[in-house]
Design a binder for this molecule. Structure first.
Ligand SMILES: [Zn+2]
Length: 217
């Protein structure tokens, strides 16, 4: 039995236990918080235009989600009011370009990026991306990423949540807070991790790797 099959089987056991009322209170175990700085996801076409035809991203360091990495490649973001240089490209390449910035970055660039879930790009503003081999103007794709928790179906069963649920997460410490509207994102390949951006993290006194605790309701 593979790990994946095992987790699906265990998840179904947990769901059954939940259904029978044995898991009414979710198990409160803390979740690691990963803090995201501004970054860019590129599609193949944008990669060709910015870094050269058939160019490839160079892995710099792995991220919390399996297969995801920060690359050596960086870009300049240019908006109507200003530029931000050395913005890291995350790999691997995706089906659509997406630029994730903080609210402060938006002021600096002169773009009003809405808080959105990854991939929900309709009606979002664009930006100019400048790379070493060329530049391009995105029509849309600039967002402030909504906070979320990645987990597997097994984790979801244990915590008593499902994909797309909104939960609250308790943050301890002198600037502690209860964060509402935290989106649960379930996938077979997820690493259990909550993602917030660096601006939220600073406001809460959270550093990369610190714990948060899911509170339902
Ligand atoms: Zn994430």
């Amino acid at each position: 039995m593979t790990d994946c099959e095992m987790s699906i089987m265990l998840a179904s056991v947990f769901r059954k236990l939940e259904k029978e009322g044995f898991l009414k209170k979710p198990i409160n175990s803390p979740i690691r918080i990963g803090v995201s700085n501004r970054h860019v996801h590129l599609d193949r076409n944008a990669m060709d235009m910015l870094f050269g035809t058939d160019s490839a991203l160079t892995r710099r360091n792995n991220l919390g989600q399996p297969g995801q990495y920060a690359s050596e490649e960086t870009l300049t973001l240019r908006g109507p009011k200003g530029e931000i240089k050395r913005v890291r490209v995350l790999g691997p390449l995706r089906a659509k370009c997406q630029v994730e910035i903080t609210v402060s970055d938006g002021y600096r660039l002169g773009v009003e990026a809405p808080v959105r879930d990854s991939g929900d790009l309709e009606g979002t503003p664009g930006l100019e991306l400048i790379g070493p081999k060329g530049s391009l103007t995105l029509e849309k794709g600039v967002i402030v990423a909504g906070r979320h928790v990645h987990m597997t179906p097994l984790d979801a069963a244990i915590y008593g949540v499902k994909d797309r649920d909104l939960v609250s997460v308790e943050i301890a410490g002198p600037r502690g807070a209860l964060l509402r509207n935290v989106l649960i994102r379930v996938s077979d390949t997820a690493g259990l991790e909550m993602h917030i951006d660096v601006e939220e993290a600073n406001a809460l006194g959270v550093k990369n790797g610190m714990p948060g605790e899911i509170v339902i309701g």
